[in-house]
Design a protein around this ligand. Sequence first.
Ligand code: HSE
Length: 431
Amino acid sequence: MKNINLCIAGLGNVGSALVDLIEKNTELVNFKADLNINILGLSAKNKNKKRIFDVSKYKWFQNPLDLLSVDGLAPDILVELIGYEKDISYELVKSAIKNKINVVTGNKAMLAKYGQELFKIAEENKVLLLFEAAVAGGIPVIKTLKNIIFSNKIKKISGILNGTTNYILTTMELENKSFGDVLNDAKQKGFTSDHESELDIGGYDAAHKLTLLTSLAYSAQIDFNLNQIEGIYNITIEDINFVKKLGYKIKLISECSLIENKIYASTKPKLIPINSPMANANGALNAINIETDHLESLYLEGEGAGGPPTASSVFSDILEISSKSLTKSLGFSYSKLIKFEKFNSSNLESKYFLRVRVKDQPGVLSKITSYFNDNNISIEKILQIPDNDSKSMPIVITTHKIKSSELLSSVKKIADLEFILDKISLIPIEY
Ligand code: HSE
């Protein structure tokens, strides 16, 4: 039986679920892998917080840096689940790998910002820095890219990488509620907090995760600045109801591909055909579609957040390290990372959904359509559905494919017309 000594820093939902998993599934792990996991020490902010396991069974360290040497013994693996973008998370991980201790982390924010430096140090010190839990919680997308479809050339990865925003969009639709009301529900249910919600709703959490997928897919240097990010702040219940009538759902989609040998990495709301599997990944689920030269579509869906699913991913990294895997942390050597330029997405063509609230007066519709005609924007569908307001009404338009730069410049001009009453919603359509 092989013995692996572990220290865990951070005992929130995921850290606690990991201790619980190790306690409850010891026999299974012993049986399947001839592996015994021994927890050398734990550290978290508050020892006395109520947790799902008995803290008193373990050695406790108030300072997480003390986990790097427990009574003179260095752990085989340090598990970092504190989750700060820098500060103690970064200091702890950096010290561990410099001391030749393998690290498992779920910290996407830290890796998206400082991964370029940290993976280099890990490789120089011949240890692994693994991060299955950092992307899409319980979905094994990192190992799928790194190991299973290792030999494939990746054409495109697209998906829903943030559970909170997916919960908000789904609940707005199902309960016909406003963005603000559902955000409060999500905070009360503990899906997100005041601090986290900015990262979630602003699209940054999903972009952190996409940064890591982009590196794995294209051997790209880890560069958060390659991302183009738009959150879901502006999505209204009106948009959600209209796009449904047109056969779509709105999802926060993160996607990356290589276009003209430049990185296109985008996180923004998109319209998804209502019958596609991803449109039906509801609630806090995550979903990822990978297109390669060998697989038209590899679709993964599952719980993208929460203690038990994410702890299961953390454990898969512990197993990878324990089995003395020869696979590198990122699936290839750090020295092979390529510095790509950012693709200018204003040249990207897409269909678009537009919603505009106008004064209810004669000639408005024809003025808008003639404006579109004059600017070579081809309309696919147009809907004008009066609502309770007698003075104004929404007009919904979907376009044929057009470059975003061309559409944006026309929309800016339309926005200035005297009968336009509100901000124009503009969302690209996945087809
Ligand atoms: N806040 C994230 C989400 C979970 O809602 O998906 C951790 O990344």
